[in-house]
Design a protein around this ligand. Structure first.
Ligand code: ATP
Ligand code: MG
Length: 414
């Protein structure tokens, strides 16, 4: 009996011990699995942490008040902090960075409506005050009843700079293309003009050639008729008028020839003052008769300019005759010349105090056959312009009615 009882007791003990061991084993097994799982979780968390901090974009989470609660290293740096902890511990709010209140309001409104903000480009401010451009994406989400805004942002200042540069380059390029197109159109127009002028020139030369000889025969006949003694006063007057008209016709023909047939320029380097003085000499008597005073203000020394003497003489003659005609009787013409070292060019101003040019005529005065004069062919300034262009020079005219006119010429020195 004593032994049986002992055996039963031993069995019971053994049974409970086994159960207890099983329970211990079960919990130990569970604990080990938990430990293994938490170790895995730790490893995963570490990997995500590394990934979170290694990305070059800024990544952050902020709470409902806008306070940043998590941020990666790139984000912290972009905001101007040394470490992400400084951002979080310093209580930095996103509204310091999303500065524009209008943008802030519309962003908050959209997020509350459950919309995502994708690639919004804004100007932001670093903690040191430096402005920079960011592209930001925001999303509103919930973690365990806590409402949080998640954001990703990227510094795109360099990209914007490059885009701006490209825009400036493309605008400049567009302007250059436009300029070149205008230039091509202008040259094309000039070419067509030259072609039609060349054929007009040929025609004019033929007409002048055909008309000139009979015209001089008529003029000779008229002059010899005028010398007859038995002419009455009326015939004499008619013949005189006819001779004058003939001279006018000769001038028109000569003008037409000058304008339509570009001369072969014989460019020889010479002093432009000499041509001016020579032309003034030719007109001295005309000026005296009309009581016009000429003020000579020519530079004592001028660099030599490559020019065709005859053509340049024509230029000054036409301009001075225009000045004389504008003055009528009693007035003043000033001729000024100087060297411009900045542009390496010579400048000539011919100023009269005549009646001036009406504003409405200004854009036409260089057109061939435009004239406000009874006996003008309107080719004077057209010829002047052609000769000046052929010398690579420029002409500008300033005038005010009742006060006078200033013709400004410029020729390059080479
Ligand atoms: N110095 C000036 N003062 C006032 N008007 C001027 C002057 N120079 C030119 N003009 C105006 O410009 C127009 C054109 O001048 P342009 O010399 O080409 O022709 P024109 O003098 O009329 O005739 P042409 O010279 O062929 O005999 C003139 O008719 C005149 O109206
Ligand atoms: Mg004229």
């Amino acid at each position: 009996m004593g032994i049986e009882y002992f055996q039963i007791l031993l069995f019971i003990n053994f049974f409970f011990l086994s159960v207890a061991l099983l329970v211990v084993y079960h919990y130990a097994y569970k604990l080990r699995s938990e430990l293994r799982r938490s170790d895995n979780l730790r490893k995963i968390a570490e990997k995500f942490q590394a990934l979170f901090h290694s990305t070059t974009d800024g990544v952050f989470q902020c709470n409902r008040t806008g306070r940043i609660i998590v941020i990666n290293q790139a984000g912290g740096r972009m905001l101007g902090f040394n470490s992400p902890d400084e951002v979080v511990e310093g209580g930095y709010r996103v509204n310091k960075f999303l500065m524009n209140p209008l943008i802030q309001r519309s962003v908050v409104k959209k997020l509350l409506l459950g919309e995502k903000i994708n690639n919004l480009v804004i100007e932001a401010k670093r903690i040191g005050g430096e402005m920079f451009f960011v592209e930001v994406s925001l999303n509103f989400c919930k973690y365990d009843d806590e409402k949080i805004v998640e954001g990703i942002f990227r510094d795109i200042t360099r990209r914007i700079e490059i885009e701006n540069q490209l825009r400036t380059y493309s605008e400049r390029l567009e302007e250059m293309v436009k300029d070149k197109t205008r230039e091509v159109i202008r040259l094309e127009k000039k070419k067509r003009q030259m072609e039609s002028l060349a054929s007009l020139g040929e025609m004019a030369a033929t007409v002048v050639h055909e008309v000139r000889n009979p015209l001089s025969s008529i003029k000779i006949s008229l002059t010899s008729l005028l010398k007859r003694k038995n002419l009455d006063k009326k015939d004499q007057l008619s013949l005189k008028l006819a001779t004058e008209e003939m001279s006018y016709l000769e001038k028109v023909l000569q003008d037409l020839l000058n304008f339509s047939r570009p001369k072969d320029l014989k460019l020889i380097r010479q002093d432009i003052n000499k041509v001016i003085v020579m032309t003034l000499g030719q007109l001295t008597q005309d000026f005296e008769r009309a009581n016009i005073k000429v003020k000579n203000d020519l530079a004592p020394e001028m660099p030599l300019v490559a020019m065709d003497m005859k053509s340049m003489h024509q230029v000054f003659l036409n301009i001075l005759i225009n000045a004389k005609q504008a003055i009528g009787r009693g007035g003043e013409i000033t001729i000024h010349s100087e060297y411009n070292p900045n542009k390496d060019s010579v400048l000539i101003d011919i100023i009269d105090n005549g009646k001036g040019i009406d504003k409405k005529h200004f854009d036409k005065i260089f057109h061939p056959f435009f004239s406000t004069k009874k006996e003008g062919t309107g080719l004077g300034l057209a010829v002047v312009k052609r000769i000046i262009d052929a010398h690579g020079g420029s002409i500008d005219i300033e005038s005010s009615i009742g006060e006078g006119t200033k013709v400004h010429l410029e020729f390059p020195v080479d």
